[in-house]
Design a binder for this molecule. Structure first.
Ligand SMILES: [Zn+2]
Ligand SMILES: [Zn+2]
Length: 460
């Protein structure tokens, strides 16, 4: 039979989440994409399938982990199902409501772990998931996640953000073998968590743009299929925003699917590019500030949503900028000298050492790298503008966030104007990843735009 060319977007349109699991596919980008997730159950009553899944995937004894909140939401039921079906299990319950995923928490998990267990089941979406994904990986055990809220895209992630020496550090982990998302549970999640999940998905608009631009400017690896897959998930999620505030299960299911797809997309790409860009760097920066100040953490997706509005505003400024490339090329590159290091120490406090080390290794701010990038930006300026023109506006994103009852401006989560300005200027130092923030720095626009966006956010 003759092979037919099917437009990519049309194929993706008809694919279900299960089509993305397990079997590798050879992609036009040259990579063979795989994900280690074997099963995703998104449905009303999905939890009841847990014993069957455990048996199907060949596990014998489960170690169930919950905190006092997620125990009530799903943990108790999980233990009942295991009990009723005669599956041997142990469990560990964090007695606190908000577990900090640090040395102490990981330590107590390990101290209570029953080595006869070949499977870890995490009950939760945030820190419980992060810790279980990490310890199961370290101990060579399989991992299942029972989601309790559609609040962020960490379900299927391959890394775990943990806190060591009061610093957030990303550790290698593995994806869960099975993700159980019972819509009866997820639709009952607190509204701010649903809004946060929406914010995390909205952030895909800017991170995909950052990724595309880096491929144009730096020749970084980029996959059209993965980007389209996330773009489609984003559009579908936006389309069901009204259902989300009514806790409609189809809408909650769509949001959950998008959050899981983000994890699969990261596995496909081999890095977090398809799910995390400058909007996440801003969020990480704020989170660090909260942590240092001993303040209560704000939901990840809520911060990402706000970061997305800011980044879209920066893209708007850039889109309308008249650039004098000759002048930019002749302008000196700021020196990464003692003065710069002092400034980094002031802004990043205890995290400064690592930030400085990263710059020494990556040299992303070196005159050579900058000059090279300016040349590339100049050469591709029209193409760059075309990509930026596909983005939604900042006010469209704000409206979407407000429609889903999420915060849309930094002051809504207690961030000061000065912190926002500093985050726009310095968030690019937290990772060696090219985004609009580094692009604006290359063009000497980062500081003026930081002032401008802060003015817009706090005076408008
Ligand atoms: Zn590909
Ligand atoms: Zn995220």
């Amino acid at each position: 039979m003759e092979e037919q060319e099917v437009p990519l977007f049309m194929t993706l349109e008809t694919m279900t989440l299960t089509d993305f699991l397990d079997s590798p596919f050879e992609c036009d980008c040259g990579k063979s994409h795989t994900s280690d997730i074997k099963t995703v159950e998104i449905a009303s009553g999905a939890l009841s399938k847990l014993p069957e899944l455990i048996r199907k995937l060949g596990h014998e004894k489960a170690f169930v982990v919950a905190d006092s909140n997620t125990y009530g939401v799903a943990g108790r039921k999980v233990l009942e199902y295991l009990q009723a079906s005669g599956i041997p299990h142990e469990y560990f319950l964090f007695e606190t409501l908000e577990v900090v995923p640090d040395e102490a928490a990981i330590g107590s998990l390990l101290m209570h772990f029953d080595t006869a267990c070949d499977l870890v089941i995490g009950i939760g979406t945030g820190t419980i998931n992060d810790m279980c994904r990490f310890i199961s990986h370290r101990m060579g055990r399989s991992y299942f996640i029972v989601a309790t809220a559609p609040s962020m895209d960490g379900f299927a992630s391959t890394v775990a953000p943990l806190i060591t020496n009061n610093l957030k550090t990303t550790y290698e982990a593995h994806t869960p073998e099975a993700i159980i998302a019972d819509l009866d549970i997820l639709a009952d999640a607190p509204m701010p968590m649903i809004a946060a999940g929406f914010g995390d998905i909205l952030g895909k608009s800017t991170c995909l743009c950052d990724w595309r631009l880096s491929s144009i400017i730096n020749g970084e690896y980029y996959c059209e299929t993965i980007a389209s897959m996330m773009e489609l998930a984003l559009q579908r999620t936006i389309a069901c925003k009204d259902g989300l505030i009514n806790r409609d299960k189809t809408a909650i299911g769509q949001l959950t699917e998008a959050l899981i797809l983000a994890g699969i997309a990261m596995s496909y790409a081999g890095n977090s590019r398809p799910a995390s860009g400058s909007e996440h760097h801003l969020s990480h920066f704020w989170e660090m500030r909260y942590l240092f100040a001993g303040r209560k953490a704000v939901l990840h997706g809520a911060k990402v949503g706000i970061g997305t509005v800011i980044v879209l505003k920066l893209y708007e400024y850039l889109r309308n900028a008249h650039l004098d490339f000759e002048k930019i090329e002749a302008s000196p590159t700021p020196a990464m000298d003692a003065g710069w290091r002092q400034e980094i120490e002031r802004v990043f406090g205890p995290a400064a050492k690592e930030i400085i080390l990263l710059e020494e290794k990556a040299g992303k701010n070196s005159p050579q790298q900058r000059q090279q990038r300016i040349g590339s930006i100049r050469k591709h300026w029209k193409e760059i503008q075309d990509v930026i023109n596909t983005l939604p506006t900042a006010s469209e994103a704000e409206e979407l966030l407000l429609d889903t009852k999420g915060p849309s401006r930094p002051q809504a989560v207690g961030l000061t104007e000065n912190t926002v300005k500093e985050s726009v200027i310095y968030a690019k130092e937290v990772r060696n990843r090219y985004t609009i923030l580094q692009l604006l720095w290359d063009l000497n626009l980062l500081e003026p735009y930081a002032d401008r966006v802060a003015e817009f956010l706090y005076r408008d």
